[in-house]
Design a protein around this ligand. Structure first.
Ligand SMILES: [Zn+2]
Ligand SMILES: [Zn+2]
Length: 375
């Protein structure tokens, strides 16, 4: 790193961001905090507004050349963090349990360095994307005229990976992360007094049958996780007459989920019909699979070698999903992991982004920039 005090500044920025986690699309203070950091420390970079709270910091080189986008996420997660965490969220019910505070600090550092040391050719664009957790931000950014006009040649993003050796670069060609989507089911029967439950239509047995039937047998590696079940209400005088179920479905490809989704909705509709219940089904949180291009995977390998970082290629893709997959449907790109060491998993109340990940992530990205823009 060129500025010896920069790492300390980035750690302070990360901690500040950690105290103000905000929900998807409402990352107002987060965006303000980063923009004022960039205004103070990053000279000569332009800031362009994007949908919602999103923005992009572009650093142009002296000559024409490739356009590289490096993306980070602005949003927090609706998880109440543990009171034992060293730096605490000030926003009740929200935390940076996915480590996006750390990802943003790395990108802010890249803005400072790329402003000072312009790429020799081409453009480096640091994309601060809103609403990753809901799967909505990437598609909105891609539809925006400023982003489309940039015509990216390459796009990269990283996620910290708890459980993987600290500072190790994790990347694989082709599918890096699974596709996923959420299914919401409402079963509606008819109410009855709790003293005479048979007079109504009670959805309890059907709701339990549906959750017990998952995952349905499939010839492809699909997964189903029931994330929410509600049957009736705490009213002691009334038998349940409605139920809500939420399930996340995952598979290597979105096309697998089309087929799997169909078999799940058929099973749900048949179960509801057999119980004489009305059913409504809707979908949300649709994430495509993230497919890394071979070229970008090679660039990450070269950058890891240049930066003297160790590299691992997972045999199987990650089961979680990322809206980065929308970018890789259109642009050559790679999502990569940086090992976060032996810490609690993502979205866990005890999780906190380890600041030791900032330096290797910065090194790797600087290697990528050097390889593409200063070669
Ligand atoms: Zn997350
Ligand atoms: Zn995340």
């Amino acid at each position: 790193m060129t500025d010896p005090g920069l790492l300390e500044k980035l750690i302070l920025l990360r901690k500040k961001l950690h105290t103000i986690p905000e929900p998807s699309w409402k990352e107002y203070r987060t965006a303000e905090t980063i923009q004022s950091f960039i205004a103070e420390h990053a000279v000569g970079c332009d800031i362009q507004e994007l949908p919602g709270t999103g923005f992009m910091v572009t650093c142009k080189g002296l000559q024409d050349g490739a356009v590289t986008v490096i993306r980070c996420e602005l949003d927090g997660v609706p998880v109440t963090e543990s009171p034992h965490n060293p730096v605490r969220s000030e926003n009740a019910g929200m935390s940076h349990a996915c480590g996006h505070d750390g990802h943003m600090a790395v990108s802010a550092g890249l803005a400072v360095i790329s402003g000072k040391h312009r790429p020799e050719k081409g453009t480096v664009a640091l994309l601060f994307q809103p609403a990753e957790e809901t799967g909505e931000g990437a598609a909105a950014v891609m539809a925006h005229p400023s982003f489309r006009a940039l015509k990216p040649d390459y796009i990269f993003g990283f996620h910290n990976i708890p459980g993987a050796p600290a500072g190790t670069v994790i990347v694989r060609d082709n599918i890096f992360a699974f596709a996923s989507r959420g299914i919401h089911i409402t079963l509606t029967g008819s109410p009855a007094h709790a003293a005479d439950p048979d007079a109504g239509k009670n959805p309890t047995a059907a709701a339990l049958e549906i959750t017990a039937a998952l995952p349905l047998s499939a010839t492809f590696p699909c997964r189903a996780t029931v994330t929410y079940v509600r049957i009736g209400s705490p009213d002691m005088g009334r038998a349940p007459f409605d139920a809500d179920i939420a399930i996340t479905l995952r598979a290597p490809h979105g096309s697998d989920l089309d087929r799997y989704g169909e078999s799940v909705t058929t099973m749900v509709s048949d179960t509801a019909a057999a119980a004489g219940l009305k059913v409504s089904i809707s979908w949300s949180d649709i994430f495509p699979e993230t497919i890394n291009s071979q070229r970008c995977t090679e660039i990450v390998h070269q950058a890891a070698v240049l930066s003297e970082l160790s590299i691992e290629t997972p045999v199987e893709p990650f089961l979680w999903s990322e809206d980065f997959g929308y970018y890789t449907q259109k642009y050559r790109g790679a999502l990569l992991g940086i090992g976060a060491g032996n810490i609690p998993p993502l979205h866990n109340e005890d999780y906190t982004f380890p600041d030791a990940v900032i330096a290797p992530a910065l090194k790797l990205y600087l290697g990528i920039i050097r390889f593409i823009h200063n070669g």
